[in-house]
Design a protein around this ligand. Structure first.
Ligand code: 3HC
Ligand code: NAI
Length: 697
């Protein structure tokens, strides 16, 4: 038998213990081992029941995702589960840790299910662009009813043992060792002469309005198709017998397996994990962080302090005046109240965080004991340098000094201290206690253990930390500036901000770029444009000024009630601001441009081409180490649709040669903006993809 399964006997119970660390993925060897274990149990005399249990962290995390996209290997999971269910012996699953996807489907193929209270179950296949493909869409509704089953599979969310018990997935919830619990439960069932209980033989629950459910699910999942196909797979259960339902489910599973969405989402799954695994940090021990200082308690400082408090860290927040300190305290209290309301923390934790772990101060000496200080003051180099001079004076040796700057040069900030090795950028995204992305900006002299600490802190705060090098805007904001510029060029040439937003939202972005700008505040972009003009624009660059006029009129977006859109009826009820198009038309006239129309495809193509081209420059220059680092930056910080995997995965799937050819075409009228990225040219010349670069590490 495969070494992935340990077979043992406990009286008349045969135990199949699964050993496939770290999370017992159902690889070919595991499937074969379970099959052989069932054969052996059925062949041995005296066995009356089989217990399936996982060793280590989980029951099963599901199918082995590394096998996807390759030819399927025998025995197939649906066949194995049917074989388990059809056994003449009683089969019991004892679940702990997670039972996900195919893992839960194995449990559904067993006749009885027991779980420890901390166990969690789910069918997260939709997060991989798939649906449950080993009977989950056919068996789960028979246990829970259609609505509850569709909720589990279309959201992909995990549910706890108590809830799973309540809706009929788990028969018994009991604390203790999973193997011992399982054996005792199996013995009890045998003693009671309990009958086998194949879920496939249970009656189907009341059907629902399938078309309405399909349409509603499609709308909810914003362009992602696999959740809606769960509805069709469940519906298929009603069109024939169990075997026919299973066959229909399998067909949809294979169809989804061929989609670009599946490729994009699996790229996202593995990249999300690879992003924190940098070769340069292997074996580098991070410094320990228990006490954090935050300078500035505005939008970002308050959010950063909240994130640190929620992660159990002690926080000293420094503001300029007691009044500003009070305002900062109020912002943090508001954030923590939200966390309390959403059940992320309980009342005791809430008061411990607000009343004990947090202290708001105005004197730097309070930071003398901090392990790490994050500066989030105004975006001005002189102000930042003054703050770092103070930190350099008071902080203990070995303390890490970080800046949350959006664009400014971390090397210059570091050079203004006597300890540049201890300085790095920690670039959070607004709202900082919610957004997952953290750019860890490694400057020229940042010590390796300081960079490693940035990553460790990010993980402790529940973030996705991405390594970035120093340049104007690091990875994300630099690429953002380029695709925003591209959008502004399209506006000068004839498109409207509203057409562009609609096109990008149809592509899958949570919000189009102009709606995002309204949310972030138009003053931020305005300050950036003023700074760049002051530094001197390249004479070949097209300048766009209509947005400045919007700001000059006092329209900064949602916070002033008007920007590109009018928010008179609230942030969700946006309508185009009628002042915007006349400003654009006036600028076109001033620049002598005759406007033309842009199709939705043309808008998306140009926008994506600009994004990919700049991203390729960012990778080529080493600002991002790997293409996947860019993909995760855009996914977790900029609302890029996860089902497309990220801009560089999208480019690989779309085809790099075609994209480069389009960029060269655009360059005929604007060679400065559309200069092709050398890395993109190289990949096309070599017939390679961004994924090939990822594989090189
Ligand atoms: N297949 C292969 N590898 C897997 C895996 C899987 N199903 N699940 C996790 N892993 C790997 C991860 O890639 C990671 O590898 P690494 O250490 O080399 O980076 C390692 O296991 C540990 O995973 P995490 O770092 O994610 O550990 P966590 O403790 O944070 O999370 C988990 C554990 C909740 C199991 C999480 O990994 C997870 O959600 N996994 C995916 C679960 C899933 O989607 N299952 C459905 C699969 S599709 C299916 O079953 C189809 C069926 O219906 C036919
Ligand atoms: P903000 O204006 O909301 O807050 C800045 C705070 O810093 C104010 O409360 C101010 O009183 C305080 N402050 C200023 N000088 C100080 C000093 N010398 N000592 C102590 N406190 C001081 O600004 P915001 O938006 O929080 O931005 C802060 C930094 O974060 C900037 O560098 C910005 O570029 C960056 N950032 C902003 C993002 C955003 O979406 N707002 C996103 C990511 C980074």
């Amino acid at each position: 038998m495969s070494d992935k399964i340990a077979y043992s006997r406990h009286g008349d119970i045969a135990v199949l213990s699964v050993r496939n660390p770290p999370v017992n993925a159902l690889s070919q060897a595991v499937r074969q081992g379970l099959w052989d274990g069932m054969d052996r149990a059925e062949a041995e005399t005296g066995v009356r029941a089989v217990l399936i249990v996982g060793e280590g962290r989980a029951f099963f995390a599901g199918a082995d995702i590394t096998e996807f996209g390759k030819p399927p290997l025998d025995p197939f999971l649906p066949d194995l589960i049917n074989r388990i269910e059809a056994s003449p012996l009683l089969v019991v699953a004892s679940m702990h840790g997670v039972s996900l996807g195919g893992g839960l489907e194995v449990a559904l193929g067993c006749h009885y299910r027991i779980a420890v209270p901390s166990a969690r179950v789910g069918l997260p296949e939709v997060h991989l662009g798939l649906l449950p493909g080993a009977g989950g869409t056919q068996r789960l509704p028979r246990l829970t009813g259609v609505e509850a089953a569709l909720d589990v599979m279309t959201t992909g969310r995990q549910i706890g043992a108590a809830q799973a018990h309540k809706i009929g997935i788990i028969d018994v919830v009991q604390d203790g060792d999973p193997t011992q619990n399982g054996i005792a439960y199996a013995e009890k069932l045998v003693a009671e002469d309990a009958l086998r209980r194949p879920v496939s033989e249970m009656p189907l629950p009341t059907p629902i309005d399938w078309d309405a459910a399909f349409d509603a699910t499609l709308t909810r999942s914003k362009g992602q198709i696999s959740p809606a196909w769960c509805v069709r797979a469940v519906q298929a259960a009603y069109d024939g017998d169990f075997a026919a339902g299973l066959k229909a489910e399998r067909q949809i599973f294979f169809d989804l397996m061929q989609t670009d969405q599946r490729k994009g989402m699996i790229h996202a799954f593995f990249s999300e994990r690879a992003v924190g695994n940098l070769p340069e940090l292997k074996g580098v021990e991070p410094r320990s962080i228990a006490h954090v200082g935050v300078i500035g308690g505005g939008t970002m400082g308050a959010g950063i302090a909240t994130a640190a408090l929620l992660a159990g860290l002690r926080v000293h927040l420094l503001e300029m005046t007691p009044k500003a300190g009070e305002a900062a305290h109020g912002r943090i209290a508001g954030n923590l109240a939200g966390a309390l309301k959403r059940g992320k923390i309980n009342a005791d934790q809430h008061s411990a965080m607000l009343d004990q772990a947090l202290q708001v101060v105005t004197e730097y000496d309070a930071l003398s004991d901090a392990d790490l200080v994050i500066e989030a003051v105004f975006e001005e180099m002189a102000v930042k340098k003054a703050v770092f001079a103070e930190l350099d004076r008071v902080c203990k040796p070995g303390a890490i000094l970080a800046s949350n700057t959006s664009y400014l040069d971390i090397n210059e900030i570091a050079a203004s201290t006597s300890r540049p090795g201890d300085v790095l950028g920690l670039h959070f995204f607004s709202p900082a206690h919610v957004m997952k992305l953290l750019e860890v900006v490694v400057a020229d002299q940042t010590a390796p253990d300081v960079a490693a600490t940035g990553f460790a802190l990010g993980k402790a705060l529940g973030k996705i930390p991405v390594r970035a090098g120093v340049c104007d805007g690091f990875i994300g904001n630099r690429i953002l500036s380029t695709y925003r510029t591209c959008a502004d060029h399209m506006i000068l040439d004839g498109a409207s901000p509203f057409e562009i937003d609609a096109a990008l939202e149809a592509f899958g972005f949570a919000m189009g770029p102009f709606a995002v700008a309204d949310l972030a505040g138009l003053d931020i972009g305005w300050a950036g444009r003023k700074r760049k003009r002051a530094e001197g624009l390249d004479p070949r660059a097209r300048d766009v000024t209509y947005a400045d006029k919007l700001c000059e009129a006092g329209h900064f977006g949602q916070k002033t009630g008007k920007g590109y859109y009018d928010y008179a009826d609230g942030p969700k009820a946006r309508v185009p601001n009628p002042d915007v198009l006349p400003l654009i038309e006036a600028e076109r006239a001033a620049q002598g441009i005759t406007p033309r129309t842009f199709t939705v495809d043309e808008i998306t193509r140009r926008y994506m081409a600009a994004m990919v081209n700049e991203a390729a420059k960012v990778v080529g220059e080493g600002i991002a180490r790997r293409p996947l680092d860019v993909d995760m930056t855009l996914l977790f910080g900029y609302g890029f649709p996860r089902y497309r995997g990220g801009p560089l995965k999208w480019a690989d799937i779309d085809g790099l040669a075609g994209l480069l050819s389009d960029i060269e075409g655009y360059a005929e009228t604007d060679p400065y903006f559309w200069a092709p990225a050398p890395l993109l040219c190289q990949l096309v010349a070599d017939g390679q993809t961004f994924d090939d670069v990822n594989k090189k590490g």
